[in-house]
Ligand binder design. Sequence first.
Ligand SMILES: [Zn+2]
Ligand SMILES: [Zn+2]
Length: 316
Amino acid sequence: MKVRFWGTRGSIPTSMNADHVRDKIIGAVEALAESGNSDAEAAVDALPFHLRGTYGGESSCVQIQTGGDEYVVCDMGSGARRFALDCMGRHGPGAPQVYNVFQSHVHWDHIMGFPFFVPAYIPGNKVRIHGCHDVLEEAYRRQQADPSFPVHFDFLGADIEFVKLEPEQTYQIAGLSVTPFRQLHHGDSYGYRFEQDGKVAVYSTDSEHKLEDADETAYFVKYFKDADVVVFDSMYSLAEATSLKEDWGHSSNMVGVELCHLANVKQLCLFHHEPIYSDAQIAQVEAETRRYEEIMRGEAAPLSVMASYDGLTVET
Ligand SMILES: [Zn+2]
Ligand SMILES: [Zn+2]
């Protein structure tokens, strides 16, 4: 099982502007001058990620690669457009595919990519949208209703099915064991635990954690238990999450580390990045989280921490 990130930004897609690019170039030129490396490619590869690359700005869309024929993807944020292009590039329009979507919740940043998800327009394709919310179909239809979008949902050519799941039940779908679990967020959200051949990946976004509640902590530890990868909503810093933005429905990098230590997780992928953060700021959050993990580790197994970015693939 592999986890491929197509959109990692929280709340609204964002892009770099001219000032951001200029800052990046200045930082890179300075670092390259200091390095004295005359091999341009090697010198650029040695730069910190936030200078030579970008975390990207697409909203939530994360593919679970199973090695099987059917596609599995969590959420249809704006990253779904690039995911679709990748699929179309691989198969072309003439080879029908099955897509299994697992929906955390229907806030706009998690469904807005669907009207641009080309496979939904192609007859012969099957798109199954799974979720625990009663309003799943209504939300998908409404964003394509007049006067918000030119193409009505009923015009889509693929066979589209909405599949209601119950939290805490385990389902066998596309070669995976899939267990949804409920999370604290406005209107509720659901995380998903995916298991295949002893490997575990957890997708847990748009979830606020109140670690002082022991029952709640135990509930999440159960669903994160022994995971190879946990994709975790770490939109706010701990200070923001516990004071300014309490009850805003999101969580912090620090809480992610604590839950993952308790659950014996191997890799934590920070996710749903704050849209106002620059690449340098996300890199700083990543560095601080790694430092915090070392300090808090105690008897727990070492936890690998990375900030997810659009285009990243992580092996379980
Ligand atoms: Zn969100
Ligand atoms: Zn949300």
